[in-house]
Design a protein around this ligand. Structure first.
Ligand code: MN
Ligand code: MN
Length: 461
């Protein structure tokens, strides 16, 4: 490189070119904890439960208004078992805003319908209604496990997990054999599997009483009843879902990648959580938000469009005698969400110059959206300037890109809803391959750099 090139050109080298053996070990070790955590926490409810357990171990306490919070105090706020805010009080006043990292912990999946069970030709089927943006054809012929919570009429709840233990049976949705696929092949990919065909096999053995009708369904209910003491009607007041029964695994011969279900966006939730636990609280107050319902537009009282974040910040402001609007206005947020890594298998949907790559470090996105930046928050030049300054100073490897070619499609994150409150916000997270599929792929290097980016932001922003 000539001096002039060194001075003027942007550097975009691959991350491993400047990684030592001991750094590589750190990078790989970090993903071990990650795989273990997301291998267990496959729904937002489990993620919240496991996170609270961890927070308590690390000295976080459930917030109550009579606490008098001071620098270094650690509190959390739970929202209906599906969303969570964890806070470390900083040195600076809340009137200077908080340093916020906002991720989401819901992922695309197959939810059970309220009346899910039906019997056809001596087989019991479980009907589902897909949640989030999935390619329907990706969900048959993979092992599925059942996660859920059933609320009984007496106010008690029952948690269900079937398919995660090696000894458990799993569930599966069938597809047409290729020998008989001529008509199916003529359909468009969106039509290959109709959502009403996303029915998993639940049972095939009839209940022993030959007098009974719907005997396979009865058998299914009898087994479920023995295990969980619930009836068919109890499925109505339940949140039960089918998710891939796949364990996170290393991928590629050099084990450089993690293949796992639900990395959108639990990879950012986990790295954000680790950053919060490991960071020193010497600047602004640090706030980690784990949001629900992002995959369906952040609607509902556990989604980012709800008042959860504002009410939480208000409670903290009241505790500190600070005005909420000042805290909101001065808050800076990393909208911690995944973006699409450039995939050389499908170059036609990317604009290479403005793409992010595996092993390129943490990914920034100035905006997402679709059709001319609609439905997005376009981060300010000033915030981007500050963030790349922060990251460079802390040797955080970063890259920036867009979500594919202009007008090829598009997407959104929680960034716009945070920005609408007056905060400064930019998307910042891990680049994925096969996003929203049952088995998404991320780079261990990028996962570690994202953790480092979030920790730097918490400590220095
Ligand atoms: Mn996401
Ligand atoms: Mn998503």
């Amino acid at each position: 490189m000539t001096n002039k090139e060194e001075l003027l050109l942007m550097k975009r080298e691959q991350g491993y070119d400047s990684v030592t053996q001991s750094q590589k070990k750190k990078i790989f070790d970090f993903s071990e904890g990650y795989k273990e955590f997301i291998g267990r926490a496959k729904t937002e409810r489990v993620f919240v439960k496991d996170t609270i357990e961890l927070l308590k171990k690390e000295g976080f306490k459930k917030f109550s208004p009579d606490m008098k919070l001071k620098q270094g105090d650690k509190v959390y706020f739970e929202n209906r078992k599906r969303a969570l805010i964890a806070v470390k009080m900083g040195k600076k006043s809340l009137s200077e805003g908080v340093s916020m990292i906002g991720a989401h912990i819901d992922s695309p999946r197959l939810d059970l319908k309220p009346i899910p069970l039906y019997e056809a030709e001596n087989t019991l089927y479980i009907k589902t209604h897909y949640y989030g943006g999935i390619k329907k054809y990706q969900w048959p012929v993979i092992p599925l496990s059942m996660f859920g919570t059933v609320a009984l009429k007496n106010g008690k709840t029952v948690d269900i997990v079937i398919g995660e233990d090696e000894k458990d049976p799993i569930f599966v949705i069938t597809d047409i054999l290729p020998h008989l696929g001529n008509t199916q092949y003529k359909k468009t990919p969106a039509e290959i599997i109709h959502p009403e065909q996303l029915n998993a096999i639940g049972a095939t053995i009839p209940y022993e009483d030959k007098e009974a009708s719907g005997r396979v369904k009865l058998n299914f209910l009898n087994i479920i009843n023995k295990k969980y003491n619930i009836t068919e009607e109890d499925f109505i007041s339940a949140e039960i879902t089918l998710v891939p029964a796949l364990k996170p695994r290393d991928a590629a011969i050099d084990s450089s990648l993690v293949a796992a279900y639900g990395q959108d966006d639990r990879v950012c939730a986990y790295t954000g959580l680790m950053a919060l636990l490991d960071s020193k609280e010497e600047a602004k107050t640090q706030l980690l938000l784990l949001s629900d319902k992002e995959e369906v537009g952040s609607m509902g009282n556990t989604g980012m469009q709800s008042k959860f974040f504002e009410f939480t910040l208000e409670a903290l402001c009241e505790n500190q005698g600070v005005k909420l609007r000042e805290a909101l206005w001065n808050t800076e947020c990393l909208s911690a969400d995944v973006c699409a890594a450039y995939d050389p298998n499908f170059p036609e949907v990317y604009e290479k110059n403005n793409s992010v790559f595996l092993n390129g470090g943490v990914s920034l996105m100035k905006y997402s959206g679709a059709r001319g930046k609609s439905g997005t928050s376009d981060a300010s030049a000033e915030l981007l300037g500050k963030i790349r300054g922060l990251f460079d100073k802390a040797s955080v490897k970063w890259q920036i890109g867009e979500l594919g070619k202009t007008d090829e499609g598009g997407g959104g994150t929680i960034a716009q809803f945070v920005a609408n409150l007056g905060c400064e916000v930019i998307d910042c997270g891990v680049a994925l391959l096969s996003m929203h599929s049952p088995y998404e792929v991320a780079s261990k290097y990028d996962i570690y750099m994202t953790y480092k980016a979030y920790k730097t932001f918490f400590e220095k922003a």
